[in-house]
Design a protein around this ligand. Structure first.
Ligand SMILES: *[C@@H]1O[C@H](CO)[C@@H](O)[C@H](O)[C@H]1NC(C)=O
Ligand SMILES: *[C@@H]1O[C@H](CO)[C@@H](O)[C@H](O)[C@H]1NC(C)=O
Ligand SMILES: *[C@@H]1O[C@H](CO)[C@@H](O)[C@H](O)[C@H]1NC(C)=O
Ligand SMILES: *[C@@H]1O[C@H](CO)[C@@H](O)[C@H](O)[C@H]1NC(C)=O
Ligand SMILES: *[C@@H]1O[C@H](CO)[C@@H](O)[C@H](O)[C@H]1NC(C)=O
Ligand SMILES: *[C@@H]1O[C@H](CO)[C@@H](O)[C@H](O)[C@H]1NC(C)=O
Ligand SMILES: *[C@@H]1O[C@H](CO)[C@@H](O)[C@H](O)[C@H]1NC(C)=O
Ligand SMILES: *[C@@H]1O[C@H](CO)[C@@H](O)[C@H](O)[C@H]1NC(C)=O
Length: 447
């Protein structure tokens, strides 16, 4: 029998519900005490936090080892005004204590960095600005420091950046609002219109999805470290937690002897989860697909129902150390049933897949990674039929001890589940494999 691969053209309805991206804005790290005088004193270790303005805990923390001693101006309560021109930053204090502490500790010859977060005057609104100070003058009367300065980007201002992310919750799509931890939660659900034709190749084969429903819930969190001095990604790992449900009823009408495979992929759903301009952009994409291998030795109608439920799948992805990547959970529960209408040898092997891809763009494109996991449940059904009947595989146990089906129907059915990991730049691997026999049965129609 001829065996070729087909990829079905996707003329698909778009996802019904739009997903809204989360806005993250610069916020002060809650562990910083703005009244502490220490914050006036330059340090090479600063933490910049970003979050949803209404969340108390930041969802992104960027800890920088600065090239020069640095003051994070927003961390000082007694700074009242920060005013910028292209080559200067003016800082006005509200009290002499902070002013004197600055005067005593800010290097006279400059060579230190001021970080601003002043809504458009010094920096682009909703971003922070970095200014390398080259000289300073002080006005004791007005409590004002005037710094000659040049704007820097983060790569010039810092030696290394450590970024941790997690804690955002996306607007829910599904009614179910499961909160998983760690918490970038993305609920996605998707259904095909009833009786969608998935594949048609007249006169041999028509496959329709009588019903197809998918839902998934995903959370992300992670950490990365980048060295600007070495231009090197020193660490990158993240976790994806997921639940996944798929239930699909397919009917295949085979008009003549046929052996083929098709895949029907829903359009990728992608959006920007987090975007901290110039620092971190995370864009997950989710793709559902269903397909089947169909082979029959004669004209036949086949219906098959499959469902897979994954309560808890966790994957830890270490981009630089493949051996540290691992999974836990991913134990599926599943159900399958199939009926065929006529006496024929039939293979119908439906599969459903969920691909979760994380596009990570770090530091304005310095590091560009696409990485993710594909979960692929697959049911293999093989019928050898010598009588006309229908049979439901659900719950079938027990083998005919003879193992002979001279008059009847032999069914071999099993379930395979595979979780593949890809870190496009570095490696791809199968993280998890599961295989179970559902039925290996001999039915006799004589009795
Ligand atoms: C912050 O999160 C809450 C709840 O998740 C949401 O209702 C709100 O719109 C978000 N705010 C912003 C600025 O995104
Ligand atoms: C913040 O710092 C001030 C001054 O050092 C101190 O009095 C206050 O207790 C601190 N607040 C907290 C919450 O630590
Ligand atoms: C920088 O500061 C953070 C938070 O205050 C701290 O956890 C970290 O250890 C510090 N790093 C260095 C190199 O001092
Ligand atoms: C600025 O300070 C850094 C560290 O404090 C030092 O390595 C560098 O040489 C200084 N640059 C100038 C121009 O003084
Ligand atoms: C401003 O005050 C500082 C310390 O209080 C002092 O060292 C400096 O001379 C004063 N400058 C002027 C112009 O008075
Ligand atoms: C960022 O730091 C704050 C304060 O230390 C902490 O509460 C929060 O959980 C951190 N967020 C992430 C994503 O690391
Ligand atoms: C369909 O083709 C595949 C690959 O050539 C083969 O393994 C399979 O046995 C065929 N199925 C039938 C029912 O002929
Ligand atoms: C197979 O046929 C039986 C009896 O008509 C029916 O109850 C069952 O739902 C069918 N299974 C499938 C997968 O269509």
């Amino acid at each position: 029998m001829k065996f070729t691969w087909f990829r079905a053209a996707s003329g698909l309805t778009a996802f019904a519900t739009a997903i809204s991206a989360q806005a993250v804005v610069p916020i002060l790290c809650p562990s910083i005490n703005v009244t502490a005088i220490d914050n006036v004193i330059p340090t090479t270790n600063v933490t910049l936090s970003y979050g949803n303005a209404t969340d108390s805990a930041p969802s992104v923390n960027v800890t920088l080892a600065m090239s020069a001693p640095t003051v994070l101006l927003e961390a000082v309560a007694s700074i009242s005004i920060v005013d910028c021109s292209p080559n200067s930053v003016d800082v006005t204090f509200t009290n002499t204590e902070a002013f004197s502490a600055a005067q005593a500790s800010w290097p006279l010859d400059g060579n230190f960095t001021l970080i601003t977060n002043h809504m458009g005057d010094c920096d682009v609104e909703l971003e922070r600005g970095f200014f390398l100070v080259t000289s300073l003058t002080w006005s004791n009367d007005t409590l004002k420091a005037t710094a000659r300065s040049t704007a820097q980007d983060i790569a010039a201002a810092a030696d290394t950046a450590e970024i941790s992310f997690g804690g955002l919750s996306a607007a829910p799509l599904a009614k179910r609002a499961l909160v998983l931890d760690p918490t970038f939660t993305l609920p996605v659900s998707y259904s095909l219109a009833p009786d969608t034709t998935l594949f048609s190749y007249a006169p041999y084969l028509t496959v329709a999805a009588n019903a197809a429903d998918f839902s998934a819930e995903l959370t992300f969190s992670g950490y990365l470290k980048y060295s600007f001095l070495l231009f090197k990604l020193e660490d990158l790992y993240f976790d994806i937690d997921t639940t996944f449900d798929a239930s699909v009823t397919l009917s295949a009408n085979v008009g003549a002897k046929y052996n083929n495979t098709f895949t029907y992929a829903a359009p990728a759903l992608s959006y920007s989860f987090v975007n901290v301009p110039g620092i971190l952009s995370l864009g997950p994409a989710v793709t559902f697909a269903i397909g089947a291998e169909v082979a029959a030795s004669a004209a036949v109608d086949i219906t098959t129902t499959v469902s897979v439920d994954l309560a808890d799948g966790n994957v830890h992805v270490d981009a630089l150390h493949q051996a540290s990547s691992s999974t836990s959970g991913w134990v599926p529960t599943y159900n399958a049933g199939a009926n065929i209408s006529a006496s024929a040898e039939v293979n119908i092997n439906p599969f459903a897949s969920l691909t979760v891809e994380l596009e990570i763009e770090i530091l304005g494109g310095l590091v560009d990674l696409s990485t993710g996991v594909t979960a692929k449940p697959r049911f293999n059904n093989e019928f050898v039929f010598t009588a006309v009947e229908g049979v439901d595989l659900t719950g079938v146990i027990g083998l005919n001890p003879d193992g002979e089906c001279s008059q009847g129907l032999a069914i071999q059915s099993d379930f395979e589940f595979e979780v593949d990991l890809f870190v496009t730049q570095f490696y791809s691997t199968t993280l998890y494999e599961y295989k179970a026999d559902i039925a290996d049965v001999c039915y006799s129609w004589e009795a």
